[in-house]
Design a protein around this ligand. Sequence first.
Ligand SMILES: Cc1cc2nc3c(=O)[nH]c(=O)nc-3n(C[C@H](O)[C@H](O)[C@H](O)COP(=O)(O)OP(=O)(O)OC[C@H]3O[C@@H](n4cnc5c(N)ncnc54)[C@H](O)[C@@H]3O)c2cc1C
Length: 373
Amino acid sequence: MTKKVAIVGAGIVGATAAYQLSKKGIDVTVFDAGVGQATKAAAGIICPWLSQRRNKDWYQLVSHGAAYYPQLMDQLREDGVSELPYEQVGAYIFKHTEKQLAKVEEMAVERRVDAPMIGDVRALTPEDVACVIPGWSNPDGALYCSGGGRVDGELLVTLLLEQAEKNGARVVREKVTLEAVGEEVRVLLGEEVQAFDAVVLSSGAWVKELIEPLGYYVDVRPQKGQLIELTLKTTEDTSKWPVCMLHGEIDILPFPDGKILVGATHENTQGFDLVPDEELLNGMYEEACASLPSLKNAKRSGVRVGTRAYTSDFLPFFGEVPNTTNAFVASGLGSSGLASGVWIGECLARMAAGEEVGFSVEKYTPQNYVRKV
Ligand SMILES: Cc1cc2nc3c(=O)[nH]c(=O)nc-3n(C[C@H](O)[C@H](O)[C@H](O)COP(=O)(O)OP(=O)(O)OC[C@H]3O[C@@H](n4cnc5c(N)ncnc54)[C@H](O)[C@@H]3O)c2cc1C
């Protein structure tokens, strides 16, 4: 009999899992509320190798995720998708001093031995950067890494779900709850109880409210993130501009047709609030204009607000929900979840299908974050 799998939450993790499970011929039902989704709001930087975060488990996960993108794009291309949401346009990371720059360069070159996708690594002067991005006026030097890229998270999720539907998956745009019958987890759509061979809980920051009623403590907190969408009137081909990671929190992400994203905030005390904060948005905008003054003439075409999930040690988790026979969970992807999310979705699809995962998942076990109380 065909295996039946439910996916609760269709951000990057759930949509990737749904796509991969549907390709295996599994009967997939996706439930997604969609409100506040981090993936839809996200900027889209895929360049984990230049991060100075020292946690090896985190690095292993995000670098696997980044390396998995070309493979996922090949699969979508084989499915006939022509407008792909991911592109390796290169990335610049800016540092105030030559010493800081030399340190990242050394780290990138060292990491390239195991991650050849990093590609060309070069230290650049502000003038070098201005040759590529006309009008660039940030005085800091930058490290260039040709393997860096960007992804349009919303488009990626849309494409993955469309392809999953073509393979027979159902997508239900509704919020659901759970019930446990012994150690089996079932899905409740309104009053209707649905049973599945496997249930994948990929509900981001909302995983806590989803699982807690089943008697669990869940170590996941919400983090508000906001960014600005600008449209720059220019004759330049912005689709080829690298992603710019400025010193500090602000990033400038060029997309085709003059679309530029500026963000994002990391707000740990706002809960699930989705109201734009003009003061913070204007602060980010001013900072971005200081690096690229032509942004002063750009039109503000939108604001995005979403909720990331983070754990107390900032590591994501994924795998079997303790004390259940059919439930899997992922959450806590934080601010690098577009990088790790596709790989986590792939691993969860393998687990839910009952296959070998082929990746050491023990370090990310939910047992450290989801406990029966
Ligand atoms: C402003 C911003 C900028 C970011 N920029 C980057 C970046 O540049 N690079 C990067 O790598 N990462 C970035 N991130 C982080 C990244 O977006 C997230 O870590 C990642 O998208 C999380 O994916 P997810 O699938 O776990 O959760 P989500 O994308 O949040 O998806 C969870 C889904 O589950 C649904 N759901 C929840 N509960 C239920 C329920 N009971 N029933 C049905 N559906 C439910 C939600 O509605 C949602 O649609 C950014 C995030 C934000 C907010």
